[in-house]
Write a protein that binds this ligand. Structure first.
Ligand code: ATP
Ligand code: MG
Length: 302
């Protein structure tokens, strides 16, 4: 555990040092996959691991079920009354100039200035982690110009300009929503699956979409692995398919169930947890991919 912790601190030191100085595409990571495979759990644990590595993290919840706050250990009585941006009628009207629910068209401000969004609506989880509960960009890729989508699209575009944080976005299940508007500005994707045919099919589809949308680094997390047979099965399913930047097998672990909804204790606890340990390796691969992108940008002829 200590060894990997130091490795992450070393890897994130590079990110911290380069951040201010380079035009690189940073660490903005979208997490996708089939329902129930462990996206939110992965997002919360990754947030904690990057925070442990000394980075500032902005965790963004795009899932209308909005359970990332619970997983990050935010008190349940406060988490359950959070109003997502998609339902924040006064902010939508203030920024877009039209009340939410006003339907398509009208005199929408399509690119409102939303640089105040994290200061006003970000929730402080601890010194290193903030949470923005955004809600869903329904059919935004399909071009719906309702006030909610105009606002959320602007928020996503704004988020990619934030340079001093790792952005980790938890998404709703499936690929239907995963279009250009959603993935705009994300440089890496973590696709989560279980070792099952259905979950892996969704993962492959998500990965192909991510690549088509210009996301260069796509990592695969095979979660809830119970045996060597699960690993062999996933290898068979993946034969000849999408190429992933990195592949991680995460064990099924009862401690995750026992500690839920707050899974941060898995990282913060004294004893070593196999899920946190395996996800530390993913953190390292995300840092390495980000570093590679930065180097490519620096060495690109201008
Ligand atoms: N490695 C693991 N071992 C055991 N249980 C796990 C593991 N990862 C996640 N779980 C459990 O699986 C369930 C689903 O996890 P989670 O909510 O993170 O999935 P999700 O993909 O975000 O679901 P949804 O699509 O509903 O948003 C939870 O009960 C969680 O505790
Ligand atoms: Mg979830």
């Amino acid at each position: 555990m200590q060894e990997r912790k130091f490795a992450i601190q070393k890897a994130t030191r590079y990110f911290r040092a380069r951040r201010a100085a380079t035009p690189g595409d940073g660490m903005r990571i979208v997490i996708t996959g089939k329902g129930g495979v462990g996206k939110t759990t992965t997002c919360a644990i990754l947030s904690s691991l990057f925070a442990e590595g000394g980075l500032q993290v902005l965790a963004v919840d795009e899932d209308p079920q909005q359970n990332l706050a619970f997983s990050l250990g935010y008190p349940p009585e406060r988490a359950s009354v959070i109003v997502p941006l998609a339902k924040n009628a006064s902010y939508i009207e203030e920024k877009v100039g039209v009340p939410s629910g006003a339907g398509r068209g009208g005199m929408l401000r399509l690119n409102p200035q939303v640089s105040d969004v994290v200061d006003r609506f970000g929730i402080t989880i601890d010194d290193h982690i903030s949470l923005l509960v955004m809600g869903s960009v329904t059919a935004a890729a399909g071009g719906c110009l309702c006030p909610e989508n105009a606002l959320l699209g602007s928020v996503l575009r704004y988020i990619r300009l934030r340079r001093n944080e790792v952005i980790l976005m938890d998404t709703q299940a499936g690929v239907e929503h995963f279009g250009r508007a959603m993935s705009a500005g994300f440089s890496q994707a973590v696709v989560v699956t279980e070792p099952s045919f259905n979950a892996y099919s969704v993962a492959e589809h998500s990965a192909s979409l991510a690549r088509e949308l210009g996301i260069r680094h796509v990592h695969l997390v095979v979660n809830k692995v119970r045996s060597e047979a699960d690993i062999r099965k996933t290898e068979r399913l993946s034969g000849g398919g999408v190429r992933f930047t990195s592949v991680h097998y995460i064990p099924y672990n009862e401690e995750i169930i026992e500690s839920e909804p707050d899974v941060r204790s898995i990282v913060l606890g004294r004893s070593e947890n196999p899920v946190a340990e395996s996800l530390r390796d993913l953190c390292l691969d995300i840092c390495a991919a980000s570093e590679k992108s930065e180097r490519d940008i620096i060495s690109r002829p201008s």
